[in-house]
Design a protein. Structure first.
Length: 171
């Protein structure tokens, strides 16, 4: 049996007292991540991808702020969840956060950029799910521009990540 399988049941989030909206969102992100992963068949661990997607917002059980990824990491470490899943949770915010941006945001000073394909797929699947509904890249860009400003570097990273994972360049 795969060591990650037990971590992608929606019931796992019940164990952490997550609200139903977090559970439903996580299921939608998992389905989107699986769909995005079709471009990388044979190059990813599908069970790890599903586990990371299901647990990516576990920190929202205690925080709805930008720190929810850090809170999620703490929860998962206390529960001895495999490090590969923890890294997905830690690096899923936006299209990644640089060390300098983390400091500005009040997060621990480190790099939160997704590295592995599984990390990138979960981060981007999360970007493309608004609540439980799939949205397109233009929707996400407009949302981020409104929130962070037109020229925020995360928007360029978002577009580059989208191109990398979907093989589609933004016009």
């Amino acid at each position: 049996m795969n060591k990650y399988r037990k971590y992608y049941s929606p019931h796992i989030l019940n164990e952490f007292d997550c609200p139903s909206y977090v559970i439903e969102h996580s299921k939608a992100v998992m389905l989107k991540a699986i769909k995005l992963s079709e471009n990388f068949e044979g190059r990813i661990d599908l069970d790890l991808l599903k586990a990371g997607a299901m647990l990516h917002d576990v920190g929202r059980c205690q925080s709805n702020g930008i720190d929810h990824a850090i809170v999620g990491v703490d929860i998962l470490k206390k529960n001895k969840v495999p490090l590969e899943i923890i890294k997905i949770v830690e690096r899923h915010i936006g299209s990644g956060i640089t060390r300098d941006e983390a400091i500005i945001l009040g997060l621990p000073a480190k790099d939160y950029m997704p590295v592995t394909l599984e990390e990138k797929l979960v981060a981007h699947a999360d970007n493309l799910i608004h609540g439980t509904h799939e949205v397109d890249l233009d929707f996400v860009i407009r949302k981020w521009q409104k929130k962070m400003g037109i020229n925020h570097p995360s928007i360029t990273r978002l577009i580059e990540l989208h191109a990398e994972l979907t093989d589609k360049k933004q016009d």
